[in-house]
Ligand binder design. Structure first.
Ligand code: GRF
Length: 233
């Protein structure tokens, strides 16, 4: 993919099917997410990585099984990631828990999508657990990644009802449909120049709407007005 220097550089991490990753690429290609997908990495053979490669994305497989321990795997992952010089790293079905040190090195740049309404149902088997509890609502969350598993600040959520007669398959499908809307929507927001991403000192702080910029990164009328007033003086 051509890299536009004005656009945030995005890298995707995945482990399997990659339906979220492909929806993100669709949204970028359609001009709805103003980012450049500079690369994708999988920690095992992954159908999603193959689909991204077919669409011209620079993909790298770093199989965890090829490394003696997590530290060696994460070193290789870090080197590849750093080589892509990403502004944002989006975990999309990346099924590996990263060490605290790794997460801290990338604090404020790493996002994940999790199939529950966090803080409910961190971890695995979220749909089965929601059904077993008799919950009436379920959904998905996009959150910043922090060392606490599925515990980082939530950026946005999509909610779905749990219907009578739902099973894991029907609920998973209903949530996944919303995941496919939610992740591109969050990335679209993060890609806009009008929103500042967290800074180094408070990497997980809420996004801040920049009052001087409109959603396309142009000076707002209010700001032009102030500049005009200054010039008149
Ligand atoms: C999604 O449900 C995501 O929320 C979870 O893993 C699944 C990945 O699906 N973390 P896909 O690989 O994006 O199709």
């Amino acid at each position: 993919m051509e890299s536009d220097p004005r656009r945030p550089r995005l890298v995707l991490l995945l482990s399997g099917r990659g339906s979220n990753a492909l929806k993100i690429l669709d949204a970028i290609d359609a001009g709805r997410v103003p980012m450049t997908l500079v690369g994708a990495i999988a920690d095992r053979p992954a159908a999603g990585l193959d689909r991204l490669a077919e669409r011209g994305i620079d993909t790298v497989e770093i199989p965890r099984a090829a490394f003696p321990d997590r530290a060696a795997f994460e070193q290789a992952l870090d080197e590849t990631l750093t080589g892509f010089a990403p502004d944002l790293v989006a975990l999309a079905g990346f099924m590996r828990v990263l060490s605290d040190a790794f997460v801290e090195r990338h604090a404020g740049t790493m996002l994940n999508i999790h199939p529950s309404l966090l803080p409910a149902y961190r971890g695995l088997d979220t749909h089965a657990r929601a059904l077993a509890d008799g919950a009436t609502e379920h959904g998905a969350s996009v959150h910043w990644v922090t060392p606490e598993l599925d515990g980082g600040p939530v950026i946005a959520q999509a909610r779905v009802p749990i219907e009578p007669g739902d099973d894991v398959a029907s609920l998973t499908a209903r949530v996944l449909e919303q995941e496919h809307r939610l992740y591109p929507a969050v990335l679209a927001l993060l890609g806009r120049a009008a929103v500042r991403t967290p800074d180094d000192e408070s990497p997980n702080a809420p996004l801040v709407l920049d009052r001087d910029l409109d959603v396309d990164g142009r000076r707002t009328d209010a700001d032009r007005g102030r500049a005009g007033a200054r010039a008149d003086r």
